[in-house]
Design a protein around this ligand. Structure first.
Ligand SMILES: *Cc1c(COP(=O)(O)O)cnc(C)c1O
Length: 230
């Protein structure tokens, strides 16, 4: 299947899920996860009109960003070591994996020095799986209070990864849990502004995520492919 066909098919499925849940397409943003493909294939993704690029490893992403002269809007979606923060500031507009105070402080320091504001999602481990990164829902309020004073960090919302389920419907409680947590945290009014965003939904489960309020989908294998020439 060509890239254009993939994009068209994904778009049709997004529209259908929006219709089914009374949401509008404009409220859903799409991050094309290019971690499986080369810089040339990532260039083709931008050429095809997708602007948001998602990568999960600094050592792979930075050379790719350089090869593409920073075209597009870049999202860091993988776990991020504090010592690598200096490499992502100025390149990545969004970090989807903020999960600890030491990382928040390093982002604040480096973004401040660069005169920039980095947008961040707090990663939450809703499913409670040991293998998943993220704060527990119970840890979120204190974390938000502690980060509220960091002026170069704009916390736009929450992110989660659902466990892989053969039946996507089974991911619904995870996505619903993230939405309910965001709403509850907004009611506590501990962030500078209410958190509007939910980064959730991958190739296997994005329609359920849309139905539960996702505003950012992160799609790799289904949308971009897994590295075969398309
Ligand atoms: C790889 C990855 C994705 C995309 O996964 P697909 O199932 O290929 O769509 C989304 N989010 C994160 C954090 C990832 O690491």
């Amino acid at each position: 299947m060509s890239l254009k066909e993939r994009i068209d098919q994904v778009e049709a499925r997004i529209s259908k899920a929006c219709e089914a849940s009374g949401r509008s397409r404009e409220d859903i943003n799409l991050v094309a996860v290019t971690k499986y493909v080369s810089a040339a294939e990532t260039a083709a993704v931008l050429q095809a009109g997708l602007t948001h690029i998602g990568e999960n490893r600094v050592s792979v992403a930075v050379p790719k960003w350089e090869a593409l002269n920073g075209q597009g809007i870049w999202h860091f979606i993988g776990s991020l070591q504090s010592k690598k923060v200096k490499d992502v500031i100025g390149k990545f507009a969004y970090i989807h994996s903020l999960d600890r105070m030491s990382l928040a402080q390093e982002l604040e320091k480096r973004a401040g020095a660069a005169g920039q504001v980095v947008k961040a999602f707090i990663q939450i481990n809703i499913s409670g799986e040991q293998s998943k990164q993220g704060l527990t829902p119970e840890e979120a309020p204190a974390f938000l209070k502690d980060t509220a004073s960091l002026q170069h960090l704009d916390i736009v919302g929450l992110m989660t990864m659902a466990p892989f389920e053969a039946e996507p419907e089974h991911t619904r409680p995870v996505f619903r849990g993230l939405r309910e947590l965001r709403d509850e945290l907004n009611r506590m009014a501990i962030t500078r502004q209410p958190m509007t965003e939910l980064s959730m939904g991958m190739s296997n489960d994005f329609e359920v995520a849309i139905e539960e309020g996702a505003t950012w989908l992160r799609l790799g294998s289904l949308l971009v492919g897994k590295g075969e020439v398309s």
